[in-house]
Design a protein around this ligand. Structure first.
Ligand code: ATP
Ligand code: MG
Length: 321
């Protein structure tokens, strides 16, 4: 079975694409087969980091029914065992994604044959991003050591968890109303972790409470602190972990810390993945992250509601929190 790992961030420009490509290169170097998927539709740029021309059909073509499946769109890279599924090179309209289109992609991804499938996502908490993050419980959130970026990373985690709990229940249900009301009251400072939402939902059905607890416990994303510049920056991952545990009840895994290195932008200009031609602290840290990811035993996520969605109510993301 393949392992699907979305790479997201609350704030833009923190190094998601750089990290996705280089984790792919490192995993391929460890003998794993990897497919990198450019899901930052509307702003696809993974091909540039891989030194590949943006002229192959990709996800955009699939969404525009120019391809029957995703498998046929995968192209090789210059690196053994590393493959690429392009974004929207030929169809930029793919930026307008409907719910059923996202579901079509999410259902196809597990059919791809590889050890790892890394999804490069856009930044922020909008549905087009969060909905690709939540079906896979061990996604990665990237942040940099700046207060706004850390706060955005935290908001991303909160929105992702809120939306997955919400999407577990059917449209127009009492459960969804209860969840929305819960998030309308401020979570912070109230001492209310999401476990108290589970308790509230138990009042409708005891099983709901158990399911939501399990959702919180099995939501096990990893965090990477990128572009660190001082010793103290290393602790920010731990701090984010502590606050996510305290306020949200989730176990965030601190996957690793990457330093800011001037050579990174040069490698991007040369269009050659950093890990291919550098053996230094940064490339070792990326390899360390791969080993940590490889050790995690994948957990099954709690299924989201699979019936017809009421698109109006589905617009709620938890962004009010
Ligand atoms: N560890 C690092 N050291 C130095 N520069 C870095 C590092 N990581 C990333 N960068 C630089 O940061 C810039 C943004 O990186 P990248 O495009 O990967 O971010 P992103 O999160 O994917 O952005 P977007 O949100 O726009 O998709 C790049 O120009 C890259 O050179
Ligand atoms: Mg990017």
């Amino acid at each position: 079975m393949n392992r699907i790992i979305p790479v997201a961030s609350g704030k833009g420009g923190v190094g998601k694409s750089f990290i996705t490509v280089n984790l792919g290169v490192s995993l391929a170097g460890m003998g794993k087969t990897v497919i990198l998927v450019d899901l930052d539709l509307g702003a696809s740029n993974l091909h540039t980091l891989l030194g590949i021309k943006n002229n192959s059909p990709g996800i955009g073509s699939y969404l525009n029914k120019q391809a029957d499946n995703l498998e046929s769109l995968i192209i090789p890279t210059a690196i053994d065992r590393l493959f690429f599924l392009p974004g929207d090179g030929l169809y930029t309209t793919a930026v307008q994604q409907h719910y059923f289109q996202k579901m079509k992609i999410i259902k196809e991804l597990p059919k791809l044959v590889a050890d790892y499938i890394l999804l490069d996502l856009g930044a922020g908490t909008n549905h087009n991003i969060v909905d690709y993050f939540i079906p896979f419980p061990q996604g990665i959130i990237v942040t940099i050591p700046e207060t706004t970026a850390i706060l955005n990373a935290y908001s991303f985690l909160k929105s992702a968890l809120a939306r997955s709990i919400y999407r577990h229940f059917p449209p127009r249900s009492a459960e969804r109303d209860m969840i929305q009301n819960f998030f309308k009251q401020r979570l912070e400072g109230s001492g209310n972790s999401l476990f108290s939402l589970a308790d509230q939902l138990s009042s409708i059905d005891v099983k709901h409470g158990q399911t939501v607890r399990k959702m919180i416990e099995t939501f096990y994303p990893g965090v990477i602190i990128n572009m660190g510049r001082s010793v103290g920056d290393r602790d920010l991952g731990k701090n984010l972990r502590i606050i996510s545990r305290k306020n949200l009840g989730i176990s965030l895994q601190y996957l690793g810390y990457l330093e800011w290195m001037p050579e990174v932008s040069r490698s991007i200009t040369r269009r050659s993945p950093y890990c291919l031609d550098h053996k230094d602290q940064l490339s070792s840290a990326l390899e360390g992250i791969c080993r940590r990811i490889d050790k995690i035993v994948p957990e099954k996520s709690i299924p989201l509601y699979e019936g017809d969605e009421d698109l109006d109510t589905l617009s709620w993301t938890g962004s009010a929190i």
